[in-house]
Every structure is written in C-alpha cells, then in structure tokens.
Design a protein around this ligand. Structure first.
Ligand code: ADP
Ligand code: MG
Ligand code: MG
Length: 588
C-alpha cells in the first residue's frame, strides 16, 4: 500500500526554469539509479513522482524554487483507495457527503479541500475512478467500494437514473461565456413546469428578465443561476456557493428559498462560506478536511449547529480527528482595542444626484485608527459616498472638512495582467512583510502573474496592495469574497494590525455578518431603495448599528452559548419574538 501522496501543482512546475528537473537531480532515490522523479507525458513534461518509490525524505518539496511539490504522509485511516483522483500526482477525494431527503445539508471546509469535487461526484458530473485515472473502473466496482453505506444506495440509484439532478455551479461568471441571450431565454431552457415567472418573482429577477446575460450584475447572475437550477424538476439539488455576490438581504432570502425546496422527495446539498448563512440555510453539515490541493475527506453528517462549532474548534469528536491546531475564534473580547476620538474627516448633510439615484447623509466623523463597517444593500450608494470623501466627485450640497488620501480595493477584481505578484506588491514586500505578506500567505504566489491567480489568491493580493499604499483612509469593498472561513479570519486580523500600526482608518464593505461583527469598531448603516435613493447614517457604536440594520432587515440575532458566534433566530420562534418585543435585534 502507498504510505504517502506526492502532489505536483502543474501550473507551478517549470522543469526547464529550475535547471532541468532540479527535483530529480536532488532525489536520493533517483541518484541511486531508480526513477522516482521523471518527466510527465503532458505537453509541458511537468515532473512526476512515483509514490511507491518516494521515501518521503523531504528534499524535493523544500528545494523546488516554485513550491510546486507537496509530499504528504497519509494518515493510517486513509489506508485505502480514494473515491476519485484527478490524475497522476493530482488531488484525491476520499469520501462523499450524505444528502438526506427532506433536509438541506451543508458542506463546510477551506478552499482547495475538494468541496466542489465532491459535489460534482454527487451530481454525476465526475465519474468516480477510485484513484485509477488511467484505467477507470466499471460502475459495479464503484458500487462495491461503497458497500454497506448510504452512498452505495445513492450510487445505485444514480446509476439507474432514479435520481434526477440539478446543479448550480460555483463559477457563475462563466455563464455569460457559455450562453448568449436574455435572462428569460436562459431560464426558459430549464422551465419544465411553467414556473418561470413565479420563480423569477421569488428571486427578485422580474425587472431583469429581458436583460442580456452579459449585462447583468454579479448578484443578478447568481440568482439567475439559482433560478435555472430550481426550475428543473429534480430530487437532488446541488448548490455550489449560492450566495457569492449577494448582499445580506438577498443571502437571507435565497437561504429561505433553498430551505423551502426540501420535501420528502427532495434533498439539497449546499457549499457555503458565510457561517451565519450556512447555519440558517442548512439542517445538517458535512465538514471537509485534509490538505488543500492534495486530498480531502468528508466527515460524517452533524447538525448544522454542532457541525459549525466543530469546524471552528478544529476537532471532530465522532471521528476523533483534529484537523487544525487551534480553534478559529471570532471573539472580539480577545483583541479589544481602545479607539481615541481623534478625527480624521467629518461630513455634514451631503447630497448627490447621480443619474436617477440620490444619495444623502446625516452628519458623521471618522476617527484615526478605527475600523468602520459599512452595511447596506447592493446599489445603495456605498461607493459613491467613498468617492465624495476621496474628493473624486464633488457633492451637490453639504460639506467635507478635510482633504485626505484614500486607497481603494474595488469589489470586482478582474485582471489579465502579466505583472508578477512580486512586482505588483513591491511596497507591501518592502514595508509590511510581517503585517501583510506573511499572514496572507502571499510569498508562494510571488512568481505568478496576476492574470493567473484564482479568485481567493487575487483577493489576498489586492488586499495587501490596497493596505500598503500611501493613504490615511482605506476602503476595502467586499474583502471576504472568494475567501474561506479561515482566510476571512486572517484578513480580519491583518486589517486590525494595519489600522493599529499605520494609525489608519479602514472602511470595510462586506455582506458576511460574522466577519463584520468581528472586525468593526463602529458601523455605518445605509437605508433606502437600491438604484433609487440611499441614506447614510452613522458611524454608530457597533451594537446600535447592528440593531438598526437588523431591524431594517427584519431579523434577530442571538449568540451561540458554546462558540459565541451570532446565529439568526428562526422567524416567529420564542427567542425571535422575545427579542423583537425588547427591541434587541442584536441579542446576547
Ligand atoms: P474546493 O471546492 O473545496 O475549493 P475543489 O474541489 O475545487 O476544492 O478542488 C480541490 C483540488 O482539486 C484543488 O487542488 C484543485 O486544484 C483540484 N482540481 C479541481 N478540478 C481539477 C481538475 N479538473 N483536474 C485536476 N485537478 C483539479
Ligand atoms: Mg469550490
Ligand atoms: Mg458595491
């Protein structure tokens, strides 16, 4: 049996640029005359490692100048064939989630751990090869592999076409590249039960039905993809990250919508990184752990509350597996900072008309060394307000009392730039190696081009770039997008460090309420109607701001007694009613 996995990131391996297979030259097994490391048969002849010959000496992963090699000792419990392997020296998946009729089951885990892979296997998009990528097994064998488990029954039904599937892919931004036409035309393709108008109404798509797919916003595209999936007549619905690009109100309404699909004949699986939303949307949770980019294991199913707590804890009791050294704590009491009211900039009754949109503010002041969260729906004027503060657009009336330099990380990060990460981040590397580069784990991206980065990598690079610029006010627009839960916590800490060390003011726009609750010293709250008018109030003290915002949304939050994380109360529950009556939308 294999004792270890050898994983090669083929995009990072450049066998001619390291001096002709440096890894093979250094490998003791190769030096002794065997072929442990050898050129692959792909066009780029990227390195391959024979997992049976590899002794795990650790030389090649340390010496590869591009960090392309991982050698991993497999835990004893994984002394078996994987469910699926993408190819030689590529990622392996070891188990599958367990959908249950009548329930919504969530999948929670870090980026690159195999969540999407597992969902694609469940969705029959990937045929499991039991690790034999070069000689895939018959389906009989796959069923035998799962003998005696729920998954066996599932696979049998899948094979006999007794399960009809509907799948919402992770990358909705690819949809306009594969389909041209209007939202209505796209939805018509899956509208087997004549429900297009009803579903469009529920997902607030009615006003954009006749818009071209290539012209709608990210949030509209996401809801279109969800609508297309739901119109299909299926009994297993698979949603890969259904709330990215959505604001909080939309996340809540999509969660309720997904919940409403569950019935005795229908099961739902959903991957989600927003913990408050995952908790609200799902009944049960499967946790995925392992080594990112190398292998992934799916835990047994747990209740949503216990599963999320176990994930934060880093320990699975039933499996007796510790998958993280320390718990993730979104706990403010641990790093409470004292903010002195030293004004950076103040504004007074600003007003601005932009086309049909009208923005108004009350009076407000930002302090130095504070982090102010901005809560508000998409299209409510957040970006326009910042532009006025930065002096990029003048207000029609009202005043701003200082001229300041602003550094801005935009919400959408598309780039096809050939610039290297190390060139783009020169200032951050020179000035903030310990504050930005190291915690955001960017060093291993140095030799990559901006245009080659994944969403999560580009996000971390963009955050580092923004926070290293010469400015007094920093604005991060949706820094949590594309990041997993651990990365969101790291980004929070990085933002806190920079505010402190640079005596800077940092504004954060984001829709992950757990992240916002953890990071914000104070809150600015927008109300109004998207695309028509926005009213900015605050900054408020955190609790007052949260209360105002939650009341506006019509939901109440309480804290979980074990983990202290905020949870949404079920509408109409005892707690919900008590908190509403007491005016404590943001409860203890
Ligand atoms: P997650 O959804 O948890 O972020 P994924 O399932 O997308 O994780 O990916 C898990 C690992 O599998 C990653 O290392 C990814 O690069 C790799 N991977 C995904 N798709 C393929 C593919 N078609 N061929 C080879 N490797 C892949
Ligand atoms: Mg994924
Ligand atoms: Mg925006």
């Amino acid at each position: 049996m294999r004792k270890r996995l050898a994983i090669i990131d083929r995009e990072k391996c450049h066998p001619m640029e390291c001096g002709n297979y440096l890894c093979a030259k250094l490998c003791p097994v190769n030096r002794a005359g065997a072929d442990c490391i050898f050129p692959g048969d792909d066009p780029g002849k990227k390195a391959r490692i024979d997992e049976f010959l590899c002794t795990g000496c650790g030389i090649c992963p340390n010496r590869c100048p591009f960090g392309a090699i991982q050698i991993i000792n497999l835990p004893d419990t994984l002394n078996k064939d994987p469910v699926h392997r993408y190819g030689e020296n590529l990622f392996e998946l070891y188990s599958l989630p367990s959908p249950i009729f009548g329930q919504v089951t969530g999948i929670l885990g870090k980026n690159g751990i195999g969540k999407s892979t597992a969902l694609k296997v469940m969705g029959n998009i990937i045929k499991p090869n039991l690790g034999r990528w070069n000689n895939p097994p018959e389906f009989k064998e796959v069923i035998a592999y799962f003998k005696g488990t729920e998954t066996q029954r599932f696979m049998e039904k899948l094979h006999q076409n007794e399960i009809s599937l509907s799948y919402k892919p992770q990358q909705v931004d690819l949809i306009p590249k594969q389909f041209s036409g209007t939202v209505r035309e796209l939805l018509a393709k899956t509208d087997v039960r004549n429900q297009l108008l009803a579903i469009a109404e529920q997902l607030h798509l009615t006003p954009v039905l006749d818009n071209d797919i290539s012209k709608i916003s990210g949030g509209e595209l996401q809801r279109t993809a969800i609508a297309a999936a739901v119109l299909k007549d299926a009994n297993l619905f698979l949603f890969d990250e259904p709330t990215s690009y959505l604001d909080i109100r939309q996340r809540i309404s999509v969660s309720l919508f997904i919940r409403s699909l569950a019935s005795p004949e229908k099961a739902i699986l959903a991957i989600e990184h927003d913990l408050i939303i995952l908790d609200y949307m799902t009944d049960l949770v499967n946790i995925m752990y392992g080594q990112e980019g190398a292998f992934g294991v799916v835990s047994g199913v747990k209740s949503a509350r216990e599963g999320i707590n176990a994930f934060l804890e880093g320990y699975l009791k039933e499996e007796n597996v510790r998958f993280r050294d320390r718990p993730l704590k979104f706990d403010k009491t641990q790093d409470a900072r004292k903010i002195l009211p030293r004004a950076l900039i103040s504004w007074d009754h600003l007003q601005k008309n932009l086309g049909n949109f009208n923005l108004q503010t009350e009076r407000g002041t930002l302090y130095k060394n504070e982090i102010v969260g901005i809560l508000g729906e998409n299209g409510i004027g957040k970006t326009s307000f910042i532009k006025i503060l930065a002096g990029l657009i003048p207000p029609d009336s009202g005043s701003v009392d200082a001229q300041i330099k602003v550094s801005y990380k935009p919400q959408y990060l598309e780039t096809n730039s050939d610039l290297l990460v190390s060139e783009f981040l020169q200032t951050a590397i020179d000035r903030y190696p310990h504050q930005l580069i190291q915690p955001l784990d960017i060093e291993r991206l140095f030799s990559q081009k901006l245009g080659e980065l994944s969403g999560g990598q580009l996000q971390r690079v963009a955050i580092a770039h923004c926070l290293s610029q010469d400015a007094q006010l920093f604005l991060l627009d949706e820094p949590s997008a594309y990041l997993d839960v651990e990365q969101r916590l790291i980004v929070s800490k990085v933002i806190k460090t920079i505010a402190q060390e640079r005596d800077a003011t940092i504004l954060v726009v984001d829709h992950d309420l757990l992240f916002m609750d953890y990071i914000s010293d104070r809150l600015i709250v927008f109300s109004g109607t998207p695309a028509q008018n926005g009213l900015l109030r605050g900054p408020f003290p955190l609790e007052e701001g949260m209360n105002t915002f939650l009341q506006h949304l019509g939901i109440t939050l309480r804290r979980d007694p074990a983990s202290h994380r905020p949870r949404i109360n079920n509408p109409g529950s005892v707690k919900d009613r008590e908190q509403r009556e007491a005016g404590k939308w943001y409860g203890e």
